[in-house]
Design a protein around this ligand. Structure first.
Ligand code: NAG
Length: 438
């Protein structure tokens, strides 16, 4: 006979499993100004929804600025008419005072489109970093802002002791958070040589979180390249996106947050960059939809989102369209060893000169291969299998870049880069040219 205690433990784990199986797929969204009367808020929500995202994590660093509150209102007003959800991700780097966010939370958590989670169905509040706040400050903030009715899902990367997730969750933080969000594991740190992304630390955090009945939101991102605001940084890049997709489909975290929908400054956008939201002149040069569009990654993201929600592995990824194969190729526009006018970003030595590609092939299609041409020469040919296929084809050459999907002698689809690769460059831009398969 089951004791009362084991019955309640069973119930708790059953409830827990039900929320863990929700598998929410979200995109980090930089809130910038949105001109009233444009359809920009609606377009972002409709576009993200069409890719299978469930919600935007609205990054707020200026909670009282008129441009921010105006954009937030437009986003919620539109989302309330759809199934799409929104939640706040407060940016403690930009505004470290917790109380500065409380009114905004109070104003919006009651909206029908505000994302809720957990057994109590509380509004989800996430963050970028924890600032310099300790667990007790977070508990106080939960009480004072929302009467303790908050599903707290902070980005805990910089929390003291977090490098040992087991003891971190057993301690004070474990009594405070409902789950945690990782940011830094989206890419390898890099350095002086190529390095691959790893889900090792994500696995440790997820296991530690689950042992305490908490959740884990894992990050997914193609790269980071920043050349503004006094900092030049590069985190690869290359096949990071598909490699991480395969890792996360195996890990199957409670939530996945894509970094990001529209952060031009960090070069890891896949959506629209509105001119009124992105006003920094340095960023506009390397993070924009005209010269550096990243829309070509979108069909891969949609395929990942669908596989993740259904619990499929990388082999179970499928095109989310009528196409038998979808995907993209991407590359940098000058050889890493080449010269550029200015300062190369930190970690540039971990960059690999390669034509990167990822393709998702439909079930039962086994007679396709991909041919990579660089500077007019075929540099690789690979047979494709159903599900996710990817590689970094080394030996990139100066000139035009393309991949062709072929069946026998027939070219079925092509992705061709819009910019040539050169030896040197007038800018030190490590952002990628991304070309979708057409
Ligand atoms: C990264 O992963 C790829 C497989 O996708 C492998 O070929 C390559 O050797 C790895 N690189 C490093 C530095 O481990």
């Amino acid at each position: 006979m089951l004791s009362l205690r084991s019955v309640s433990a069973l119930l708790a784990s059953a409830l827990y499993v039900s929320s863990a199986n929700a598998r929410g797929f979200y995109a980090h969204y930089m809130v910038g100004g949105i001109i009233e009367g444009t359809d920009h808020a609606a377009r972002d929500i409709d576009d993200a929804s069409a890719l299978g995202f469930d919600a935007f994590a609205l990054n707020i660093g200026a909670p009282n600025a008129g441009w921010a509150t105006g954009a937030i209102k437009q986003l919620f007003d539109y989302a309330d008419q759809t199934d799409f959800k929104l939640f706040f991700s407060v940016d403690f780097y930009q505004e470290s005072n917790m109380d500065a966010y409380s009114k905004l939370l109070q104003d919006y958590v009651g909206r029908p489109s505000y994302l809720r989670a957990g057994d109590d169905n509380y509004p989800v509040v996430s963050s970028f970093s924890i600032g310099d706040h300790d667990a007790a400050s977070f508990r106080k903030w939960k009480w004072e802002s929302l009467g303790d009715q908050m599903y707290l899902l902070p980005n805990a990367d910089n929390a003291p002791g977090y490098n040992n997730p087991g003891s971190w969750f057993q301690g004070d933080w474990g009594n405070t958070v409902d789950g945690v969000f990782g940011w830094e594991t989206a890419w390898p740190w890099g350095g002086n040589q190529p390095e691959n992304v790893s889900s090792g630390f994500d696995t440790e955090v997820l296991n530690a979180a689950h042992r305490r009945g908490k959740t884990y939101m894992a990050p997914l991102s193609p790269l980071q390249f920043k050349a503004c605001c006094g900092s030049q940084n590069y985190r690869i890049g290359e096949v990071n996106l598909p490699q991480r997709m395969a890792q996360l489909l195996t890990l199957s975290p409670d939530f996945v947050e894509f970094i990001t929908w529209n952060d031009a400054g960090e070069s890891h956008y896949i959506g629209n960059i509105w001119s009124e939201s992105q006003v920094d002149e340095d960023i506009k040069k390397y993070g924009n939809n005209e010269d550096w569009p990243h829309f070509g990654w979108q069909p891969l993201i949609a395929s990942f989102g669908n596989a993740y929600k259904h619990g499929h592995g990388p082999d179970g990824m499928r095109p989310q369209s009528d196409d038998e194969v979808i995907g993209a190729m991407w590359y940098r526009t000058f050889l890493s060893s080449g010269s550029c006018n200015g300062k190369k970003p930190s970690n540039w030595k971990s960059a690999v000169d390669a034509v990167n590609w990822a393709l998702v092939v439909d079930q039962g299609v086994t007679d396709l291969k991909v041919r990579v041409s660089s500077g007019g020469k075929v540099i690789s040919e690979t047979k494709l299998s159903p599900g996710l296929n990817y590689a970094a084809a080394p030996g990139i050459r100066q000139g035009t870049q393309k991949i062709e999907v072929v069946r026998g002698n027939k070219v079925v689809k092509v992705a061709k880069g819009a910019k040539k690769v050169t030896d040197g460059s007038e800018h030190c831009f490590y952002n990628f040219q991304v070309a979708g398969l057409e």
